[in-house]
Design a protein around this ligand. Structure first.
Ligand SMILES: [Zn+2]
Length: 331
């Protein structure tokens, strides 16, 4: 999920009433029982009905039906639950415990219902801007089982849907939405919790070493006229321990936002903002960055969900742990 999408969701969730759905437009989500049809924009390409049901798009099998928009692009009209069959396995490995996959299914379903909008020609795109969706070829038996076991379940807060956020591994403490995304609404159930359950993640702790000249090159505009970069330090952290600011130590030191540091270094190089130790080695002309976790850390920690499930906890336990104050209900 993109940051922009999350901010939009947070704003939508802050409203007293959730956004109307395509099916049963005016219904209270609590009283709605039929699974709505989603419209997923597949893009330009060749669509053909399949003999056994569904259709093929550019040679790939899809469930449901297709519509051709005036501009020629193809939209897949598909039952929400069947859409989720293909989404859950992409968001979380199918080999993970059932309760973790079920928590992921509830998150994915809630996210979709927030995004549905009858005023647009489609509800979702099939990429990471929403959720990756590749049709039947993206499904797995475990993913289908998780969707079926949680059929119709959504995460609710008050009268509306909860805003959904999740990332791979929080490194030991999830992040507050308000700290992660300036401009986002204050979300009481996304304030950050200690998470001791994700230690098995390969990214629970990580170290990366980069050349000091490489760091300097990435921040050349900020360091213009500041002299030679000698060190990098975390100079302010938020309540979860994530870097609010990073200072580039030179003849004239420059302080930048932690998020800007991660973005410029590369989100896969600096895997999170939970930077446990950053230090320069002048002899080797390198900067060693130690950190914890992978991703923004807001909401559900997926490796933590796995850990909780391995301890025998249910999907509802997982969701109430990472989204305290919310409840699982039906849409
Ligand atoms: Zn965690």
């Amino acid at each position: 999920m993109s940051r922009a999408a999350f901010v939009a969701l947070a704003a939508a969730a802050a409203a007293a009433c959730p956004r109307p759905l395509r099916a049963g437009d005016d219904a209270d989500p609590a009283s709605q029982s039929a699974s709505p049809a989603l419209r997923v924009l597949l893009g330009a390409g060749d669509a053909q009905p399949a003999p056994g049901g569904g259709f093929s798009f550019n040679g790939r099998p899809y469930r449901g039906a297709f519509q051709r928009l005036p501009d020629g692009t193809i939209v897949n009209v598909v039952d929400l639950e069947q859409y989720l069959y293909a989404v859950v396995p992409h968001e979380m490995p199918s080999s993970w415990p059932a309760a973790a996959l079920q928590a992921q299914a509830v998150c994915a379903r809630t996210y979709v219902l927030q995004r549905s909008d009858p005023r647009r020609a489609y509800d979702l795109v099939p990429s990471e801007a929403d959720q990756v969706y590749a049709g039947v070829s993206g499904e797995s038996p475990a993913g289908r089982a998780a969707v079926d076991a949680t059929a119709g379940q959504v995460l609710r807060f008050g009268a509306g849907y909860a805003s959904i956020a999740y990332s791979s591994c929080c490194g030991g403490h999830t992040e507050a939405a308000a700290d992660a995304w300036s401009g986002g609404a204050l979300v009481p159930y996304l304030a950050g919790v200690p998470c001791p359950y994700c230690t098995q993640s390969p990214n629970y702790r990580w170290t990366v070493t980069v050349a000091t000249t490489d760091v300097a090159a990435r921040f050349a505009p900020q360091l213009a006229g500041a002299g030679t970069l000698r060190d990098v330090r975390v100079t302010d952290v938020d309540a979860s321990g994530r870097a609010r600011t990073v200072t580039l130590v030179a003849d004239r030191s420059v302080t930048i936002k932690g998020s800007a540091f991660r973005l410029s270094m590369g989100p896969r190089v600096v895997r999170s903002l939970l930077l446990t130790n950053v230090r320069a080695d002048p002899r080797l002309a390198t900067v060693e960055i130690n950190g914890g976790g992978l991703g923004h850390g807001v909401g559900m920690c997926q490796w933590g969900a796995r850990g909780l499930a391995q301890l025998g906890r249910s999907s509802n336990d997982v969701l109430s742990f990472y989204f305290p104050g919310t409840s699982v209900g039906s849409f």
